[in-house]
Design a protein around this ligand. Structure first.
Ligand SMILES: C[S@@+](CC[C@H](N)C(=O)[O-])C[C@H]1O[C@@H](n2cnc3c(N)ncnc32)[C@H](O)[C@@H]1O
Length: 232
């Protein structure tokens, strides 16, 4: 893993989601009214969450699931409702605190919330690992390295999303770079779907996995693509 890139980016993301964007993120992930642009992002994210949950077994009793980069915990809650024993981890203590507050009391025993890196060695092994939009700010080689790290602890399926390189996303990316560094969010790193597919296929750490379903969700200002890796 290119340590500088990964750890630098991780530090930026922690600051961003813990402080700069914590309030906006709390609102986006709630039922509170949001602007038209954000409403499209919320709708896209809802569709993506439903897609990822739809790729998991309906009955998750007896399964351990890692919500890798859980944010405010919506996916963790849905997986726990279906019976999974969930570990939900995020870099941002602020967002994990909010996730803990929002988790319904009857599911409290089913979700363990942690603050830290999704690759933290003490987390153990899981049947399913899901990283919804938690790798979209990393460069393609770092995405592959993180996915390999997660795969080593995955027994059945690993689902994650990436930001596909589309003309619209490339324009947004370029415009974002026009703002002074201090004013902007850590950049999303668009990656070509074919490039990523090839990098994953060539990664020795993923030799035991096959690439299965993929689904792109593009709704207004939200574009993200899910990929399913299943153990052979
Ligand atoms: C765009 S948000 C998505 C949050 C959540 N998955 C959702 O869909 O609501 C990305 C999250 O990934 C977290 N994240 C990024 N890199 C991480 C890492 N290496 N370990 C744990 N969390 C990470 C960030 O702190 C942030 O909360």
């Amino acid at each position: 893993m290119s340590a500088a890139t990964y750890s630098e980016r991780r530090g930026e993301l922690k600051t961003y989601f813990d402080r700069t964007a914590a309030a906006a993120w709390a609102r986006l992930t709630s039922d509170a009214p949001v602007s038209g642009i954000r409403a499209t992002v919320r709708a896209g994210r809802d569709a993506m969450r439903a897609t990822l949950l739809g790729w998991l077994p309906a009955d998750l009793h007896g399964c351990r699931l890692l919500d890798a980069g859980c944010g405010t915990g919506a996916l963790a809650v849905e997986a726990a409702r279906r019976g999974a024993d969930v570990t939900a981890i995020d870099l941002s203590a602020t967002l994990v605190g909010l996730a803990r507050e929002r988790a319904p009391r009857d599911l409290a025993g089913r979700i363990v919330f942690e603050v830290g890196d999704m690759l933290a060695p003490g987390l153990g092994h899981f049947d399913h690992v899901v990283g919804m939009d938690s790798l979209i700010h990393y460069r393609s080689h770092d995405i592959v390295d993180v996915v390999c790290g997660l795969a080593a602890r995955t027994g059945t399926s690993l689902l994650f999303t990436f930001a596909p390189r589309t003309p619209a996303l490339s324009v947004m990316h370029a415009v974002g770079r026009l703002f002074p560094r201090g004013d902007r969010a850590p950049a999303i790193e668009p990656v070509g779907a074919r490039t990523l597919t090839r990098l994953l296929a060539d990664a020795p750490g993923l030799a035991g996995f096959a690439q299965a379903r993929t689904q792109r969700i593009a709704t207004g200002f939200y574009t993200s693509q899910a990929l399913e890796l299943v153990r052979r």
